[in-house]
Design a protein around this ligand. Structure first.
Ligand code: NAD
Length: 270
């Protein structure tokens, strides 16, 4: 990616520019936003972090986004979630120009995923699909089980797996007898946000496991995933670790989306 970005100043007169807006001092958001800036620096993408007080009004935040939307020096706009309760996340997401929506959360980008029309893909599901390709698994006809149905991870990744011709089962908090379903999985994607909820007795030999969770181990306080790595890894043919695995791939996809928005904006201007 860095080599590609290095060619842009000569071709287009500048490098891509990502603006990340953080509202408040949520400790996890501080770390996530810092990591995004570091990744931009590594790839050569110009990046600006705008920090706003947690008491910023919804109107002020929406106005800031509108300014960034019309700023031709800005290619990608990302507002770090979650936001304080008095600000509607839906309104914020809708306000970001869909062609600068590097997160792929805008309703028109979501619609594009479901209707198979051009769209910005959400970073984490896109990263999961990259990881599956890297592992080298042919998804056609495989039984994929996704735990979680959030708009950010579970729903889009299930759709992408379906489009890749896997047979997909989606599980959630109302799912009855989860282990009987997870044991049937050739591919298991876990995005529940529950530390170590998937244990070795819930999977079959040879399963490919993608652990999306970013949790804290209740005993050690250390970062861990939704999968109990020790008991599951002995049965899995491939498993993504936490930390590592999906997290870094999500950031890589954010960099790719920023480049894609930059290139799209060059085409629109031409
Ligand atoms: P969410 O809370 O919006 O959704 C969780 C989903 O899991 C829900 O659909 C719920 O029905 C399901 N679920 C919860 N407990 C369950 C249970 N016991 N059995 C079956 N289903 C259950 O969370 P999210 O935003 O989708 O994130 C999920 C996890 O992934 C979190 O740990 C989050 O931090 C992590 N995450 C990681 C990345 C990354 O880049 N690595 C990106 C996004 C989210």
């Amino acid at each position: 990616m860095a080599e590609m970005v290095a060619t842009f100043p000569k071709k287009y007169g500048r490098v891509p520019h990502l603006v990340v807006v953080r509202v408040g001092e949520d400790p996890a958001s501080v770390v996530y936003v810092r990591n995004k800036a570091k990744a931009c620096d590594a790839v050569g993408i110009k990046n600006t972090t705008i920090v706003k007080d947690e008491n910023i009004s919804e109107e002020e935040l929406l106005n800031l986004i509108k300014e960034l939307n019309v700023d031709h020096t800005v290619d990608g706009v990302l507002v770090q979630l979650p936001l304080p309760k008095h600000i509607s996340e839906a309104k914020v997401i809708e306000t970001i120009d869909k062609n600068k929506d590097v997160d792929g959360f805008h309703p028109l980008n979501v619609a594009g995923l479901w209707q198979k029309t051009p769209h910005m893909e959400p970073c984490t599901p896109k990263g999961i699909m990259y990881l599956l390709r890297e592992i080298g698994i042919d998804l056609k006809g495989k039984r994929a089980v996704v735990i979680g149905r959030s708009n950010i991870v579970g729903l889009p990744v299930a759709k992408m797996l379906l489009d890749a011709n896997a047979t997909v089962t989606q599980c959630h908090t109302r799912t009855v007898d989860l282990p009987s379903i997870t044991r049937q999985a050739d591919i298991l994607v876990v995005a529940a946000g529950k530390a170590k909820m998937v244990t070795g007795d819930m999977v079959s030999d040879g399963v490919v496991v993608i652990d999306v969770g970013m949790d804290r181990d209740p005993e050690t306080g250390k970062l861990c995933g939704d999968v109990d790595f020790d008991t599951v890894s002995s049965k899995a043919s491939a498993i993504t670790p936490v930390p590592g695995g999906v997290g870094p791939m999500t950031i890589a996809c954010l960099m790719q989306n920023t480049i894609d928005c930059f290139l799209l904006n060059q085409t629109i201007k031409a």
